[in-house]
Design a protein around this ligand. Sequence first.
Ligand code: FAD
Length: 558
Amino acid sequence: MKLVIIGGVAGGATAAARARRISEEAEITIVERGPYVSYANCGLPYHISGDIQKRSRLLLQTPEGFDSRYAVKVLTETEALEIDRASRQVRVRGPQGEWRLPYDKLILAQGGRPIVPVIAGADGPNVFTIWTVPDMDRINEHIEKKKPSSAVIAGGGFIGLEMAEAFTRRGIPTTVVELTPRLMPNLDADLGFMIAQRLQARGVNVITGKGITAVHGASAEVELTDGTRVPGALVLLAVGVRPETRLAEAAGLALGETRAVLVDRTMQTSDPDIYAVGDMVEVVHRVLGRNVRMPLAGPANRQGRVAASNALGLPMRYAGALGTSVVKIFDAAASSTGLSESAARAAGLDAGAAVVVKEHHAGYYPGAHELYLKLVYDRGTGKVLGAEAFGEEGVEKRIDVIATALAAGMTLQQVAELDLAYAPPFSSANDPVNMAAFVGLNDVTGFSPTITAASLRRLREAGRSGGAPLILDVRTLNEFETSHVKGALHVPLDELRFRREEIPRGKPIVLYCRSGYRAHLALRILKENGFSDVRNVTGGFLSIVAEGGFELEEGGLD
Ligand code: FAD
């Protein structure tokens, strides 16, 4: 049995190791065009930042190591040029020239290629992408030799943000330019706002809603779509990655709707002898139920395991992906799983979201940090659809719990009932995950209906000509005077019972406080007093500010 694997990093290296564990007989060969095999591409930004000091720590396995431990032959600096499906051979070119490698089963784990936008100056010596160890080396060498006085990163996705931190840590004033209106466009606007705020607080210049149109090497500047220029002695393009499908396409393998390689649940392509995994394939989204591209390391590794098992006759299925991810932003983290509120809406779902702003562990125990957790659910079925979180501690722990709930197809009720570990240094007796489910349940049962800041903004925009709800701010006078939604009526929670006659009846009312809890109490008071159409802005004023698009006012009422 001859197993050939093209690509020797996340998916490919995992597949090779798994294949050997299944069979001692198989002849396993990895073909890798780069000089290294099984390296930690996710760790590259952290070597540039200085967090991972030793470059060698990124090289997880060597060809010699693969040979001695797994009896896997690794051909580095060897490129697969063509797949000849009829004769089951791969034409390769390496240091010894060109030859053909026969296979019984073939696994494609070729990953993707960073997109390089077609703009003037993109091929300049100061312009980089980061995908491989040599890419990282080139950037490091440029920083050491040229000592760039500024950097521009095109792309506000997770690689762009990690690199913004790395450059800042190297003392290079950095600008992140993102074409869409917010950073991390796969997350909701409120999360994008918090991420931008954190970067700005650490000295990163953030420009959204603009693209880069030219790199001017001579003046060390980058030109943006509106004609303005920003200093950019070093330019990093991190605008996305395209699946590496050329070989597969030329061999006539089927591609999917996203133009990535189409595979079934066993990771088999349209050819039963060829499997494909990782960034080059599209896989089923476990919440949406349709195929998506999910270029992340976890899915690539698990798919490698599945493909190798099936190729060697051990049946295994890939369950699909949720896109669970986390990104470090200096001393904070942003994390998500499943669908964002906007993605759920875009998919046509009747999505609600519960925002909880709560300390990551008991507030009375020293070192508590506020955590912003948003749980997205289907208002009709109560099924959990996804979650997003931002904060300094305990962020990914909550998202991982919700990822598990998503995999199990749980409802808000089931998440509310989760029995999670608690002691004051770690969590609260009601973990933020439980709390978010309580808020969601209160919404879907009608006990305490909520509205997200995004829905309120849309409602107000639609109701400009009349019919917009009355906005009631129930925070303290001090909070109100610092800043509030323009036109909001102000009645602090503690005065509401005595001043409820001031609130007009027969009109929809939307209440808010700082983060949602006081407005929930106020809402219950109003409901008990016969106000029927009342809703609480989940996440409160924090969400309103983070969502953007609201006119805010400072100072008291006239
Ligand atoms: P890759 O790991 O890209 O490997 C593909 C290999 O195939 C390459 O080495 C390539 O040289 C080789 N190849 C391609 N074509 C040929 C050919 N014709 N012949 C021979 N060899 C070929 N994901 C996360 O989940 N979390 C993170 O924190 C994270 N951080 C990242 C940071 C950076 C800087 C980068 C670049 C990626 C990061 N990722 C992260 C994404 C993650 O690394 C990828 O999703 C994952 O590596 C994909 O694995 P893969 O096996 O599909 O492809």
